[in-house]
Structures are given as C-alpha cells and as structure tokens.
Design a protein around this ligand. Structure first.
Ligand code: FE2
Length: 229
C-alpha cells in the first residue's frame, strides 16, 4: 500500500535518495539528493542540460541541506523545550521538506525520449483507461493541467493525482511555493514544477512554451506505476 510521505516516496522510487544514518546513537537520518536515472542533458531539447544542472545541484540541493538543518534545529529546540523556536521552524520544514519531496517526484516524473519519455499511457493500462473514461484523451488531461499551471500566480506546482477516496478518480491540483501533497488519499502521479528556475534560462518569460514542451519528456510509465497503488 503506497502512502505518500517522504519515507515511502523513497521506497516507491527505486533511485530516490536513501537517508543516510548521521547519528547511529539517536538513529537520526539525513536526507540527500536522489540519484538520477538519466544524464542532466538527456532531456534536451525540451529541458536544457544547463537548467537541469542548476536545478539539481543548486536548487534541489539547497532544499535538501536546509531541510536537514531545520530538522536538526527542531530536534535541538525540542530537547531544550523551546516551543516558540519549534513553532517557528515549522515553516522552514514545510518549505524545504516540500521542496525536497516535490523535486524527488519531478526528476522521477521525467525521462529522456530514448527511455520512453513522452510516451503516453497505453490504452489498455489502468491509468490509460481511467484517463480515457474521465477526460477522453491524454491530450485533454494535458490541456487541463497546462491551464492549471498557467493559473499559478508566482511560484508553485501542479500535480496530477489519483484520489483513493473518490474511486481512484484523477484530479489536477496546484499548490503554492513548495507546498507538497500531504493528503494521504491523494497519490501524485505527475508533478510539474512551475517555478521560474525550472524554465527561465531556456524559455525566458514564455512559460507557456515550457509547459507545452515538457510533456515530451514526461515519464508516464512512472505515473502508471504509481496509479497502481
Ligand atoms: Fe524546482
């Protein structure tokens, strides 16, 4: 049974980061960047290697580092009974923890075309059947998702999710900043990064072109796999 959390995400995505034991005595773990299934320039021409390099080594790495720092600070604050500090740290944990999780989903949601990127779910797969029943076609689901992405003000994410509490219906939701999907009934199938850092070096202010292009490297096989949970 797939429950969406950072830990089960790690279990569900074979190449995702595995926490390393930082302190055996306290069994404290640290988060780290996930290993990627492809080279950073393998998503070209749709997402440039330069963008992926910065996105992975700078942006995602910063979320990882700051998540670890925030958790360390929270553990210390708790041990000292510093409740105000503990409360204040929740924002940092939410932001950096969300950034860590969302980007793990993001990398796994992409694949070079040589590895199946952009190949839509087969019509006889569970996901393919659900999309056809609800939306008529994958193109329509993409159109709806792109409209949601275009509606994000500032930075945020769009997620194609499976709602387990609603008969496995597919929904498209958005979140602001680095907020991630925390509702346990929602399984993220595809996560789309709508932050400027995900596209600006290549697409400048024409983010609609980025939203249109990225589907050429979406890993629908991963979405199909998650839909089975
Ligand atoms: Fe990002």
């Amino acid at each position: 049974m797939f429950k969406y959390s950072s830990r089960t995400l790690l279990k569900a995505t074979s190449s995702a980061a595995k926490p390393t034991v930082a302190s055996i005595g306290s069994i404290r773990t640290k988060y780290s960047l996930p290993e990627l299934d492809y080279k950073l320039d393998a998503l070209e021409p749709y997402i440039s290697g330069q963008i992926n390099d910065l996105h992975y080594h700078k942006h995602h790495k910063t979320y990882v580092d700051n998540l670890n720092k925030s958790i360390e600070s929270a553990v210390e604050a708790k041990s000292k009974g510093e409740v105000k500090k503990l409360v204040a740290l929740q924002k940092a944990i939410n932001f950096n923890g969300g950034g860590y999780i969302n980007h793990c989903l993001w990398w796994k949601n992409l694949a070079p075309q040589s590895a199946g990127g952009g190949q839509v779910p087969s019509e006889d797969s569970a996901l393919g059947k659900q999309i056809a029943q609800q939306f008529g076609s994958v193109d329509k689901l993409i159109e709806i998702t792109n409209a949601k992405l275009a509606g994000i003000q500032g930075s945020g994410w769009a997620f194609i999710v499976k709602n387990k509490e609603n008969g496995g219906q597919i929904e498209v939701i958005t979140t602001a900043n680095q907020d991630t999907v925390t509702d346990p009934s929602l399984i993220p199938l595809v996560a789309i990064d709508a932050w400027e850092h995900a596209y600006y070096l290549q697409y400048k202010n024409v983010k609609a072109d980025y939203f249109k292009a990225l589907w050429n490297v979406v890993n629908w096989k991963e979405a199909e796999r998650r839909f089975e949970f």
